[in-house]
Design a protein around this ligand. Structure first.
Ligand SMILES: Cc1cc2nc3c(=O)[nH]c(=O)nc-3n(C[C@H](O)[C@H](O)[C@H](O)COP(=O)(O)OP(=O)(O)OC[C@H]3O[C@@H](n4cnc5c(N)ncnc54)[C@H](O)[C@@H]3O)c2cc1C
Length: 449
């Protein structure tokens, strides 16, 4: 690192917007937060660094929306996330961009079309009267005591200040919270989950590929390793896309030459991770064609516009979602969202470690995990919530992230309406408001009728 520095000249920054609620980051958490805040009556602005909404769902691409269902028993799934997430699913289904939930053993995902999701997210923001500013990055924060007074953004128009009454940081990386001086952890002792480059293969024999179990795919890929192919990971499933003959693969694992995970908020590491991701995608294309039934004619049709980031900053909140709470299926009275997703650890080695909750079990996430410690008007939602590393490994998937975003947006609007602080939000009233809008705070797994 070069120790030389220059002093940036002080400058006037125009105030370009004064919404009630500013949401930074248009991933699943940010979409839900902005729509929920606006639905509750707050004038809401959503800023996003890329040219579309969806975050990891569109920019990185996923095989399916996970964490929406719990496995109740062998044949049955029960919903643990409703509200804005259900609205997104219904909108996707209307444009033929969603398939029925797919089970891979005890893992459940809802396959979706990432390209159509871009347009669906636009429509959803418009339907909820959210103002969206794309290609705009939050880069700095102005604050007075415990209040964020403005978030400074940069885009092609230059630099501008957004003076909002409440800010919700859904950047995934806790960018706003970190620039405001909030405390955070990076993973556990600086070690995060590994990131992955995501890609889709076209020309897949969907019938043959659809019959493969995770164990069979692992066997094929381990054979490739035995033949000398240096695969970073061999444990994966094939996610058939709503588009015929297209499969989504989440199989790469991005580490430094010494095997440690990249720090994906370090610009040097992030750049190298992108290059390493593309190298691995080329290798997996070759290996799938040669070793995995149904893929002989497969070819990469797209790679995410950026590497997938599972974990970076975990922002310190008024409460912390602990590993013990997740493992013990804790149901705190002040929960504003719930999840039943397993602890899914993408750590060292070629496998992924899955620890499932008992069938039909779930845990709740308390409101305090969204309230940034030391701030009156700064919330976080999504994968950068206040959580221990192993707890984040469970709560970070799309369904729970949307539930967290919805709660943060509704809570932000409530604190604007009562002129108070995010710390003094009436959580009981927030819970009732969320449930009225279809959010699930106590899953009901009884069979219908
Ligand atoms: C490789 C990988 C595979 C995964 N597989 C699945 C899966 O199959 N199913 C599933 O449900 N989940 C999966 N997940 C998890 C899930 O996708 C994410 O954890 C979830 O998208 C997190 O949502 P989020 O809104 O918190 O953050 P993100 O999706 O990361 O969205 C953050 C948004 O903020 C924007 N942003 C960031 N910084 C700024 C800034 N400073 N200014 C403005 N905008 C900013 C980003 O561009 C992005 O759009 C996977 C994750 C990864 C990385």
């Amino acid at each position: 690192m070069n120790a030389r520095a220059i002093r940036e000249p002080a400058r006037e920054v125009p105030v370009i917007a004064e919404p009630d609620v500013l949401v930074v980051g248009g991933g699943p958490a940010g979409i839900a937060a902005a729509c929920a805040a606006s639905r509750a009556g707050a004038r809401t602005l959503l800023v996003e660094g890329y040219g579309c909404l969806g975050g990891t769902l569109t920019i990185v691409t996923l095989g399916g929306l996970c964490g929406i269902h719990a496995v109740v028993d062998d044949g049955r799934l029960g919903r643990v996330v409703g509200g804005m997430c259900l609205e997104l699913e219904e909108r996707l289904a209307r444009v033929d961009a969603l398939r029925a939930p797919a089970r891979h053993g005890r893992i459940v995902g809802v396959p979706y079309d990432s390209v159509r999701l871009m347009g669906v997210a636009d429509e959803m923001a418009e339907a909820h009267d959210v103002t969206v500013m794309l290609h705009t990055n939050a880069v700095a924060v102005a604050k007075e005591d415990s209040r964020v007074t403005a978030v400074i953004v940069e885009n092609k128009g230059g630099r501008g200040a957004i003076a909002a009454r409440v800010v919700v940081d859904c950047s995934g990386d806790g960018d706003v919270a970190a620039r405001a001086g909030a405390g955070f952890e990076i993973g556990r002792d600086g070690q995060t989950q590994y990131g992955s480059a995501m890609f889709r293969l076209g020309g897949v024999d969907a019938v043959r590929a659809g019959q493969l179990t995770r164990a069979e795919i692992r066997e094929c890929l381990e054979r490739a390793v035995a033949d000398g192919h240096a695969l970073a990971r061999t444990a994966t499933g094939v996610h058939l896309n709503p588009i015929e003959g297209v499969a989504h693969l989440n199989v790469t694992k991005l580490g430094r030459p010494d095997g440690s995970p990249f720090d994906l908020v370090d610009p040097g590491d992030l750049s190298e991770a992108e290059r390493e991701g593309r190298r691995q995608v080329r290798l997996y294309e070759e290996v799938f064609r040669k070793y995995v039934p149904g893929f002989a004619n497969a070819r990469v049709i797209d790679i995410g516009a950026r590497v997938g980031v599972r974990e970076t900053r975990l922002v310190h909140g008024e409460a912390v979602l602990s590993e013990a709470q997740v493992r013990g299926c804790g149901k705190p009275a002040d929960r504003i969202a719930c999840s039943s997703w397993p602890l899914e650890e993408h750590g060292r080695g070629r496998a992924t470690a899955w620890e499932f909750l008992p069938d039909g079990e779930w845990y709740g996430i308390p409101w305090g995990c969204l309230v940034v410690r030391g701030f009156d008007n700064l919330l976080v939602a999504g994968r950068n919530l206040s959580a221990e590393h192993a707890a984040q490994a469970s709560v970070r998937v799309a369904g729970p992230c949307m539930a967290l975003g919805e709660a943060a947006g509704a809570g932000a609007a409530a604190s604007v309406a009562d002129g108070g602080s995010a710390r003094t939000v009436d959580v009981g009233a927030l819970q009732r408001a969320l449930e009225r809008e279809g959010a699930i705070l106590t899953p009901d797994f009884r069979p219908p009728g």
